[in-house]
Design a binder for this molecule. Sequence first.
Ligand code: ZN
Length: 673
Amino acid sequence: MTNPLLSEWTGPFGIAPFAEIEDAHFAPALDEALTAHMAEIDAISSNSDAPSFENTVEAMEGAGKGLDQVLSVFFSVAGADSNDARQALQRDFSPKLSAHFSAINSNKALFERIETLWQTRDTLDLDAEQARVLMLTRRSFVRGGAALDGAEEERMTEIKSRLATLGTSFVQNLLKDEADWMMPLSAADLADLPEFVQDAAKAAGAEKDAGGPVVTLSRSLIVPFLQFSPNRALRKTAYEAWGARGANGGETDNRGLAAETLALRKDRAALLGYPDFAHYKLETEMAGTPSAVRELLMEVWSAAKAQADKDAQILEAMLHADQFEGPLEPWDWRYYAEKRRLAEHDLDEAEVKPYFQLDRMIEASFACATRLFGLNFAPLDVPLYHGDCRAWEVSRNGEHVAVFIGDYYARASKRSGAWCSAMRAQARKPDLRTPIVVNVCNFAKPPKGKPSLLSYDDARTLFHEFGHALHQMLSNVDYDSVSGTSVARDFVELPSQLYEHWLEVPEVLAEFATHADTGEAMPQELLDKVLGAATFDMGFATVEYVASALVDLAFHEGAPPADPMQKQAEVLEAIGMPRAIGMRHATPHFAHVFAGDGYSSGYYSYMWSEVMDADAFEAFEEAGSAFDAATAKRLEETVLSSGGSVDATELYTEFRGRMPGVDALLKGRGLAA
Ligand SMILES: [Zn+2]
């Protein structure tokens, strides 16, 4: 019997034959695909012909087709429709895959061929994309330690494995501290809270067998508690427990782990020839250097701090009006800010929701892509991995462009959040591949016969993920490894965050934000409230975020701190952190930075992208229309079609004529002077 995961996929546009795939197919298919991929890699590295771009780099790009097929289906269902069997498979697959790719990275014969090509690159007659793919391929081998030998190679392996252990312990300690703490609520304290917080506190109490409602350290419960509880003493207790996660002494204390992690990262960077970890990490990012990151953060910091200081005065006056003395404290901010929000932007979710119907918002996201890029969307009837998924064929001028799949509803088998992934990334060489892209969201599924209604935030999420999808679908490159969203981390959110702006375009809302029952457009007054609420308390949000980003950067630049808590205190002191605002993530629970390498000295990147998206949308405003044809064409030809085949700075400069300043971001966040 042939395994459908490894057979030739002959259905429409080469979509996986989901109806034929069973869980039992995954494990044998993965083993077979890994073996086949390794054989292809061995054939490339042991080729007796002298290395050429085609027989080495391009051959690597084309290798592993079976592995791509297996993983594209597996990761789709593991994330969006998991079950016990799939979770068990995931635990098996993850060490197998990391061993597989680390074996390829340490294949000396293969690296030698790549190095030879790199040394002779000027004589190879490569086009610009090939030259870049060669540079990126070699760089990734070198950064993985492929150029090290002997004791250095051993030390690198040792460091990597210790760092992996430290990252896992960091997260486990955090989970333990979070699980261990709870605060019971009396009937009176419970009654002070809005119904949804009461429900959450009761559910948490039931889950923990606490015999009554409790507050826990889960962000989705403690943040609304801090927003709504008028009991200042309880807020203080809860806030301090939340801030102490990972710093409670004993076995779950993360402070020693953080210090060891930072020291090992510095050693790792030194082995590879970098002055420190921040320089190593930022080399592959658009920002490039620690000083470029710091410059951006400090520009935003001054404006945000000025706004936060003003807001603090207003909130402190509210505190005093409540007969409390002394300064505003961190456990007060959210409570008084919420009171102020209600007074200034009285926004009733229930009034807004009927205007944001899922189907109309999908139509809106498509209609904007039609006007901007000439894309057309036709429903496609194919079996997918779950009955709630829908598919469309995307075409332009009658030519096939991509398949787009939307999987919008929450279900128990889906992990939380929203994401975009390519089941197949676009490429032309060595084989032609058109993209198959999926957007996964977690919107509440409506009762049968009722329309699905979104919050404004949900609608933004839909546009955000569709922006990532456009980046994949409009990709127009030769090689898979630089296709679509395969770009620097601080560039990848540009297309998605940029696309959110079209949801705010008045004519888009007028046409698509129509009432589910009456069909009428949203009244201007309500629309103004929705848009106004989006920038409320941005001084606070920006300060807590930028402070964390600056501490992250300081940790990884120069000598590693022996005492990270001391370093954190120094950084906050130097920037004049407002006393009533805490860091969004303090060191002992800063999982972005210590759970793994993903966002270490990279926490800034959300803001880097936001600077660009705000500035990029201004290009349309300057041209006089959110749908200006020439600007849309330029956006596609530079940012959206090039993936990682061209340096991000070059792409942005080509689109905008210059690099962005922070003005548009400050305006967008309501922080401009
Ligand atoms: Zn995103």
